[in-house]
Design a binder for this molecule. Sequence first.
Ligand SMILES: Cc1cc2nc3c(=O)[nH]c(=O)nc-3n(C[C@H](O)[C@H](O)[C@H](O)COP(=O)(O)OP(=O)(O)OC[C@H]3O[C@@H](n4cnc5c(N)ncnc54)[C@H](O)[C@@H]3O)c2cc1C
Length: 381
Amino acid sequence: MTEHIVIVGGGTGGSVLANDLADRLDTELDAGEVAVTLINDGPEQVYKPVWLYVPFGKRDPDDGRRPLADLVDDAVDVRTDRVTDIDTDGQRLQLRDSMDDISYDHLVLATGSTLASEEIPGLAEGGHDYYSEDGATALREELLDFSEGHLVLSVIGSPHMCPAAPLEFVFMADDWFRERGLREDIEITYTYPVQRVHGNAHIAEWAAPLMDERQITTETFFNADSVDPDAQTVTSMEGAELDYDLLVTVPPHRGVDLIADAGLGDDGWVDVDRHTLEAEAATDVYALGDAAATGVPKAGSVAHYQAGVVGQRLASEVRGQIPTATYDGKTICFIETGMDAASFVEFDYENPPSPAPPSEKLHWAKLAYNESYWLTARGLV
Ligand SMILES: Cc1cc2nc3c(=O)[nH]c(=O)nc-3n(C[C@H](O)[C@H](O)[C@H](O)COP(=O)(O)OP(=O)(O)OC[C@H]3O[C@@H](n4cnc5c(N)ncnc54)[C@H](O)[C@@H]3O)c2cc1C
């Protein structure tokens, strides 16, 4: 009998896992003992880190798209469809476009994050973002026209993708306005929902003095709960109000409803064992990347490392062996500190981050990483 591994989500985590399995299980795939199906709700993979550079005119949204058919090994059956229901007892999935259910022996949920701007009244009308392709494209026009006034970057809620990206945006904006001789006419305020400038205390301690040096005003413990687009104000749950001329936000994040509906976790994040990545509420189900509630950042690097762990565990399982691979919380992240300098952090469950001194070399390393991403997704580097 053929064992069927189904991966839902063809982003970083899903495609790295698909290629990992094609390599690791090549003999079993050739022999028809195993089949791997990857289901994504679009024909392309979207590489979101590119969006940080779009508002500053450094990248085009198209740079962040590639056909999944080109990225994923031919041994994997890539299907374009949306999974609409998971029956974890019957081990079956319903699809939006296909009349036929799909059954699985092993399921991996790699469904990522979704933005929930509609949860904050006025946000869709009054705010801009670079956490979506359309948002980043529209923000580019706004930034080009912005020559004086108050730019507010507000991080609304946690967790959100790439916890470094809000810091990166204000550091890059500061530099970009300075380069264009506009900085003296532009005030920049950064708001964050907890009582420091970043969720991780070590990164917050490193970033706060840098923000002071750059005259970036910080407003912590600010949980935006409404935006008034006419008055151009953003109000927090804590009762503070900020006037803005340009509001850029990291909108609230959720997972996908599918996960909550299947009883696998709240807010669309799958409750998992943070070492084995197995779902707590069902057997033969793994989650990885943004979809997995492990407490580590929602980052592509995390999805990548977790895909390797799930690949090893699934290979053991289909061979009748006890899986032993575990995820240790490894996360790496380059943090842009301007238009031509960056820092770097590496940490895991046991070892906290210690940001490297910003340098031009690290900035180029980040750009090189982004360029080589499409090779890493294919498993070539
Ligand atoms: C502006 C920005 C900058 C970033 N910078 C960095 C960075 O520098 N470094 C870094 O490590 N990370 C960065 N990230 C975060 C990184 O992009 C995400 O953490 C990463 O994409 C998560 O991978 P994933 O596979 O879990 O989810 P995704 O890549 O989001 O993929 C999920 C896929 O599942 C699909 N899907 C969802 N539901 C269904 C369904 N029901 N049926 C079928 N398909 C479905 C989605 O359409 C999507 O294709 C950044 C993110 C943003 C927004």
